[in-house]
Design a protein around this ligand. Structure first.
Ligand code: THU
Length: 130
């Protein structure tokens, strides 16, 4: 992966609003035409109302017009090789394919690259709902 996607995720992490957990997270998605959408976690005093970095990035991606996502990078300030939470795996799966790359990062770059299919095997698929 060109390191710009990691750099974008890390820059997004710097914008996290995480005064309660003090656990900043950043995410970046790249589409096949080269656009990059980023996000950070945003917390709320009523704790369950906050949301994750991946979800912010997906919101930017949808509002930016969507497109085929080719790779995703996720980074957390206080955890090496962070993996997306269960809810975010399902949200990411909504807009990706089983072979979409997911880069798990530490402060310096990628630690491990997996596919979305590996990250969310047997996820709920909405095809029959459409
Ligand atoms: N968090 C994310 O942003 N992404 C994840 O995949 C896991 C957790 C955030 C949510 C919360 O603001 C903080 O990390 C601690 O759970």
């Amino acid at each position: 992966m060109p390191s710009d996607l990691f750099d974008a995720a890390r820059a997004a992490m710097a914008r996290a609003y995480a005064p309660y957990s003090k656990f900043p997270v950043g995410a970046a998605l790249r589409t096949e035409d080269g656009r990059v959408f980023t996000g950070a976690n945003i917390e709320v005093a009523s704790y369950p109302e906050g949301w994750c970095a991946e979800t912010t990035a997906l919101g930017h991606y949808v509002m930016g017009g969507g497109g085929r996502i080719t790779e995703i990078a996720v980074v957390a300030e206080k955890m090496d090789r962070i993996t997306p939470c269960g809810g975010c795996r399902q949200r990411l799966a909504e807009f990706t394919q089983a072979d979409t790359l997911l880069h798990l990062c530490d402060q310096n770059g990628i630690v491990e690259t997996v596919t979305m299919g590996e990250m969310l095997p047997h996820g709920f698929a909405g095809d029959t709902l459409k």
